[in-house]
Write a protein that binds this ligand. Structure first.
Ligand code: SF4
Length: 447
């Protein structure tokens, strides 16, 4: 049963020594109760207390990384059933499946495509996070060669080794042990052998069973063999089963503190029909998967899944923002038009999209207004003549321009007079009210 902050506080040294980075033991206890820090951050608790608190304060869904290095994907640690309760913490990893008999060229091409899949959206780097290498050949040497090839061509990508044969897995895991691959293929029949391999190499393991009852028994068995980092595969393959199993597992972990299901979940969405596959992957992302495996990574599919994942895993209490900056579009010169808007991500994407459509080289100043849209920021006093003038002066943009003309969003035309007073020597031009009028407006400026 989870302990409250006060219960945890009673077990701490109460010296307020600050070694944990918190000003008091009470502050640390409160954060520990909320799952925001680990007991190991306090160096002065006894081993006995550590064991008690470690168990009691452990997040209801165990947290660990898929892969290593900068591109490792943190999984688990979720605390709520619904995003609007608080927020979801660790976005679902998207993994693509490669069969070991696909041939070297196809394997290399897919691994390189994954390695180069990163895009930037709303200031976040989004990518295909992992490659699952499936053993279909039944040939240990072939499987190991495929794993090595993928590891070489996608040197930073997390690896999932999907094979039920312990001997084959052991050789493959050893070949890429430094990447801490996720071992996928553990069933009731091979649990001990697979757990030994996972333990010897410090790798997490997927527990695969048919249904949640069998899965609970299997995770307890694997834990008994000394492996703590477990990923759940309940055998769900249809959208209906994925929703049911994933929801029941999360509910059991969160609401009943049922430890055997308190682990991240992997779902396979693989289908021959690409649209159906994308739809099932989308269901898994929406309903609690920590890893979803797909068979191919066409742009239309990954963009849709990236966007959905990003929307679900943003904090609903914090508006999506882009970084304050002056963004250059189509290689502007000193004469190019210069516009300003706010840093609400939707505003930025709509405005920058229309500027790009115009093909007119331009600069777009995006001012930090705490993620509010133009009118809301103006009404909230964050997009005022004084603040805009201060931002423009401090931005250093004057050194890059041969003119001093600032184009203001049409919706805040009311600011133009005051802004001209505050920005001495500048001409303030009122731009379109609606973004779709920007291309015509910009073309008229340079014609
Ligand atoms: S390190 Fe431990 S004893 Fe020191 S303030 Fe933090 S919780 Fe208290």
């Amino acid at each position: 049963m989870a302990l409250t902050g006060i219960q945890i506080f009673k077990l701490l040294p109460k010296t307020n020594c600050k070694k944990c980075g918190f000003p008091t033991c009470l502050a640390f206890a409160m954060k520990l109760a909320a799952g925001g820090v680990e007991i190991s951050a306090c160096p002065d608790v006894s081993d006995e207390t550590k064991a008690t608190l470690g168990e009691a304060s452990a997040p209801p869904i165990r947290s660990f990384a898929l892969g290593t290095g900068d591109k490792a994907v943190k999984m688990g640690a979720e605390n709520v059933m619904f995003r609007h309760d608080k927020k979801f913490v660790n976005p679902c990893a998207i993994a693509v499946n490669i069969k070991d008999d696909a041939g070297d060229d196809a394997i290399s091409a897919m691994a390189e495509a994954v390695a180069n899949s990163e895009i930037d959206r709303v200031g976040q780097k989004l990518r295909v996070d992992a490659i699952s290498i499936e053993c279909v050949s039944g040939d240990s040497a072939k499987y190991e060669a495929a794993v090595k090839l993928v590891a070489e061509k996608a040197p930073e990508t997390a690896l999932i080794l999907n094979c039920k044969d312990a001997g084959t897995i052991e050789a493959a895991v050893k070949a890429v042990a430094d990447r801490k691959p996720l071992i996928n293929g553990t069933t009731d029949g091979n649990a001990e052998a697979m757990a030994d391999i996972a333990k010897a190499n410090g790798c997490p393991i997927v527990a695969s069973a048919n249904g949640l009852d069998a899965l609970s028994a299997l995770t307890e068995k694997i834990k008994g063999f000394g492996v703590e980092d477990i990923v759940l595969d309940s055998g769900a393959r249809t959208a209906k089963d994925i929703v049911e199993h994933n929801t029941q597992a999360r509910r059991a972990a969160l609401k009943k503190s049922f430890k055997p299901l308190g682990y991240p979940v992997i779902n396979s969405a693989i289908r021959d029909d690409a649209i159906l596959e994308a739809s099932i992957a989308s269901v898994a992302i929406a309903k609690y998967a920590s890893i979803v495996v797909i068979s191919s990574i066409e742009k239309w599919k990954t963009l849709a899944l990236f966007t959905q994942r990003q929307n679900i895993y943003t904090d609903p209490q914090v508006p999506m923002q882009v970084e304050q900056n002056i963004y250059e579009m189509a290689e502007p010169t000193a004469d190019s038009p210069f516009m300003i808007t706010t840093n609400f991500s939707l505003t930025y994407f709509i405005v920058s999209g229309e500027v790009e459509n115009s093909k007119v080289p331009s600069r777009l100043a995006v001012m930090d207004c705490e993620g509010l849209s133009v009118l809301t920021a103006w009404a909230a006093g964050k997009f005022t003549a004084t603040k805009i003038a201060q931002y423009i002066k401090e931005s250093g943009i004057e050194d890059k321009l041969s003119h001093k003309e600032l184009i203001l969003p049409g919706q805040v035309a009311i600011l133009s007079g005051a802004l001209e007073d505050k920005l001495e020597g500048w001409t303030i031009t009122v731009g379109p009210r609606e973004a779709n009028a920007i291309p015509t407006f910009l073309k008229s400026k340079v014609s």
